[in-house]
Design a protein around this ligand. Structure first.
Ligand SMILES: *Cc1c(COP(=O)(O)O)cnc(C)c1O
Length: 413
């Protein structure tokens, strides 16, 4: 009896696909094969419906209104905050700040640390960061005179942990690390890195934009000071994301933007700021987006991140295995710990041509530098093609990808 009740239901990818209306279409006369999930994911009907429901029934501005619609909108908005809290296992919903996305969340933190850093200080990042987790720190360094240190990666695209550790010193005042690389798929040993940094009391921000749909996150277990992600890579709308920050950190940080909702009293002499997290949420926020994010978290939680990851990993393993028969194909990024991303190049064919020719076959892959130009430089390529998998992709789609690649190799002779 026990055994039966414990048995997990089989992962039903066909049923999941039914929840994503966009997948059911033809592109250039072929069934769409969407493999650009690391750029943005598709949205399930539950997310789309939550937004329609909000606009059709509850639309109002939040926090200030005493009327019913405003109360409903406020409740939904704050419920989404609690859903993000539960999803990340944060200690309090007040530690969740809504932002436009991962990029804005990183900028918010970098902006606040400008007051705390000065010449002689250092900020530590890694060589595999997305531009969104490089440029805000460069700007911080420009403003303060601090120096940016970059921990190197090896030929597999893995962070060299000893070199990372060797760059930590009393001068290090902040560190920012991606949980999972969008260009390579590498998953960093973030718990180990956070522990190393905490030996010197260095606050650390984890860029979870790529990890969040694939890896379950527990910010209390990780003990990171900050964790950021975007909704749109987690099956939620664009224009919404979240910053998790430890309360003691958020309380010390100055506001990012000025305006409505981030204040409690304004006179022309002095403005008294609102409490965390409202202090960081100036202006009317993306209310519908937060509601969509809440619905996406419910949807993903119902299926289970671990079940999703197991499915995606089997797709990646299958793709890697199938790709071995294609002699001209080289995978860029072969870390032992990696998520369901296959970046690759083809001998003699420019990645942009791969992207275009795949689209002619109804297959959406990305071609470019993936906002990680330093990674491209390291591997000595101008760009890669990238197939990235999500919960709704299938083994047949991997077959279509491989057939598509073989077709285009034939065309290019
Ligand atoms: C997508 C991504 C970002 C930026 O996210 P936005 O949604 O564009 O703000 C940052 N870091 C990584 C690793 C990403 O994959």
């Amino acid at each position: 009896m026990n055994q039966i009740s414990k048995k997990l239901p089989a992962y039903d990818v066909e049923a999941i696909r039914q929840d994503f209306p966009v997948l059911n279409q033809q592109v250039r006369g072929k069934q769409l094969v969407y493999l650009d999930n690391a750029a943005t994911s598709q949205k399930p009907k539950a997310v789309i419906d939550s937004i329609v429901q909000y606009y059709e029934n509850d639309n109002a501005n939040i926090h200030r209104g005493v009327h019913t619609l405003s109360e409903r909108a406020t409740l939904s908005y704050e419920n989404s905050r609690k859903k993000v809290q539960a999803f990340l296992n944060a200690d309090s919903h007040k530690e969740i700040v809504f932002t436009r996305g991962a990029t804005e969340a990183i900028n918010l933190v970098a902006n606040a640390f400008a007051e705390k850093l000065s010449a002689g200080d250092e900020v530590l990042i890694t060589a595999m960061e997305h531009h969104s987790n490089i440029v805000p720190w460069q700007m911080l360094c420009e403003k303060t005179g601090a120096e940016l240190k970059v921990a190197p990666i090896n030929a597999q695209g893995e962070l060299i942990v000893e070199e990372f550790a060797a760059l930590i010193s009393k001068k290090t005042k902040f560190a920012a690390i991606s949980h999972m690389s969008n260009a390579l798929g590498t998953i960093n040993p973030i718990k180990q890195l956070i522990d190393l940094l905490h030996q010197y009391d260095i606050p650390v921000l984890i860029d979870g934009a790529q990890a969040i749909p694939h890896i379950s996150v527990d910010v209390q277990a990780l003990d990171c000071e900050f964790y950021v992600f975007s909704g749109h890579k987690l099956y939620a709308p664009t224009g919404i994301g979240a910053l998790y920050g430890k309360m003691e950190q958020l309380e010390q940080m100055s506001a990012y933007q000025g305006g409505g909702d981030m204040i409690s009293v304004v006179t022309f002499d002095k403005t008294v700021y609102n409490k965390v997290p409202y202090k960081f949420e100036a202006g009317t926020p993306n209310i519908a987006g937060t509601i969509g994010l809440g619905a996406a978290i419910d949807y993903v939680s119902r299926i289970g991140i671990d079940a999703i990851a197991a499915h995606e990993n089997s797709l990646l393993a299958y793709a890697v295995e199938q790709s071995q028969r294609i002699e001209k194909l080289t995978i860029i990024g072969t870390a032992e710990q990696k998520g369901a991303i296959m970046s690759f190049v083809l001998d003699g064919i420019h990645p942009h041509d791969i992207g275009t020719m795949m689209d002619h076959q109804g297959i959406a892959v990305r071609a470019g530098h993936h906002c990680a130009m330093p990674v491209m430089d390291f591997f000595g390529v101008p760009a890669t093609a990238r197939a990235s998998f999500a919960m709704y992709n299938t083994h047949q789609e991997v077959d279509a990808l491989m057939a598509g690649i073989e077709n285009l190799i034939e065309m290019f002779g």
